[in-house]
Design a binder for this molecule. Structure first.
Ligand code: GN1
Ligand code: MG
Length: 374
């Protein structure tokens, strides 16, 4: 893991209209991709600036300029439309040249202010907080529903193309550069067995049965900053993958993370499963904020959660077999643990598929009833 020195951080900050001395810098470790630092600056007038300084991972994001272009477009659109009660979205500070990122020696950096009183969670205890998280992600998409998609770049091509992800996974298994595949036969079988089911949404996208929308594409619960006391959403962050995608994947990825009865990388698989109360609360919030979905979208919402979970499991396992080049790891076999956890979760979702679909339909019926009463 690349840890930055104060000198490097100072150099980044010098490109901005920010003056002061760094009095504290800690690395934030919950993202798997970018390098993120919380930096405290003592300004000449004696006050403190609390900043987030981030190095974009350009192994993952081949064109950081395009990522930052999308973030600017989306930010402008949302800020023009949103009301004061809507959750905010993250904004990066312009540098001295008026750009929202800075290139230094081939590395791409950006800075935003730390959102006061905010916290993030890698695990959700109580179902109660999930209605507002669902609402925030649903509202995010709803605010972006009239942003023309051709204004955005596809920052990672085929990011949630589950068919390509699985095909790539089987190719990695075939190449097996470190001879690890023999130890994960059972896991590999899981993907063979569920290939047709997991790729159904890809086919429906290709045939135009479900529409593309501007979506977030990385809707983990820790990508919403929550107020430390009220646990209400303050700000949607990590807009790196905002691009055309499926509503079902934003819904599904949030469920995969927030409605798991365990952490994303839990090793004790007996703890892993889908919490239907969490699922119900998130669904109610998401569906009430995002109305006007097509029938096919509603019908495949639960499928979206299962396919994105299988997709991510295949990405984690492919990375494990390939030598951990993509997702940052914090212990040996970390990507294998993550993959096993996601497989277990997907298996539990498959068992609960009918209930998941029923909860979607109930929340749609509740919305309709509420609209009729008005
Ligand atoms: C990565 O870096 P982070 O944690 O925000 C990944 C997501 C995965 C997630 C799994 C660009 O996101 O697709 O769902 O890990 N982001 C990218 O935790 O690949
Ligand atoms: Mg991310």
């Amino acid at each position: 893991m690349k840890v930055e020195s104060t000198e490097v951080l100072n150099n980044v900050i010098s490109h901005y209209d920010l003056s002061g001395e760094i009095i504290g810098a800690t690395q934030c470790v919950n993202g798997h991709i970018n390098g993120t630092y919380r930096v405290n600056l003592l300004t000449p007038d004696g006050t403190e600036d609390d900043l987030i300084v981030q190095r974009i991972n350009h192994y993952v994001f081949k064109n950081p300029e395009k990522v930052m272009h999308n973030i600017e477009e989306v930010g402008r659109h949302v800020r023009n439309k949103k009301s004061d009660t809507d959750c905010d979205i993250i904004t990066f500070i312009d540098n001295k040249e008026g750009r929202n990122y800075t290139e230094i020696d081939g590395e791409y950096w950006r800075i935003c202010r730390f959102v006061k009183d905010s916290v993030t969670f890698d695990y959700v205890e109580s179902s109660k907080v999930l209605y507002s998280a669902g609402y925030a992600f649903g509202r995010f998409q709803s605010l972006l529903s009239d942003l023309p998609m051709d204004k955005l770049y596809e920052t990672i091509p085929d990011f949630h193309n589950t068919r390509k992800r699985l095909d790539n996974f089987f190719e990695v298994v075939r190449l097996d550069p470190l001879q690890k595949a023999k130890d994960v036969k059972e896991e590999i079988d899981f993907f063979t067995k569920n290939y047709a089911f997991a790729t159904k949404l890809t086919d429906m996208t290709d045939s135009g049965e479900v529409p593309l929308r501007v979506t977030h594409n990385d809707t983990k619960y820790n990508n919403i900053l929550m107020h430390k006391d009220t646990l209400e959403p303050l700000c949607v962050i990590d807009l790196d993958t905002v691009m055309p995608g499926l509503a079902m994947h934003d819904f599904g990825d949030a469920i995969r993370f927030a409605a798991n009865t365990a952490m994303e990388d839990e090793r004790d698989l007996s703890k892993v499963g889908l919490n239907l109360d969490h699922y119900r609360e998130f669904t109610r919030g998401f569906m009430s904020a995002l109305q006007g979905l097509t029938k096919n979208e509603i019908d495949t919402m639960a499928l979206g959660a299962i396919s994105i979970t299988i997709e991510l499991a295949s990405r984690f396992l492919a990375d494990h077999i390939n030598g951990d080049k993509y997702f940052r790891i914090h212990r040996e076999n970390h990507n294998l643990d993550r993959a096993r956890c996601q497989i277990k979760l997907a298996e539990d979702m498959i068992k609960k598929y009918d209930q998941m679909r029923q909860i979607i339909n109930e929340s749609i019926a509740d919305n309709e009833a509420a609209t009729t009463v008005e």
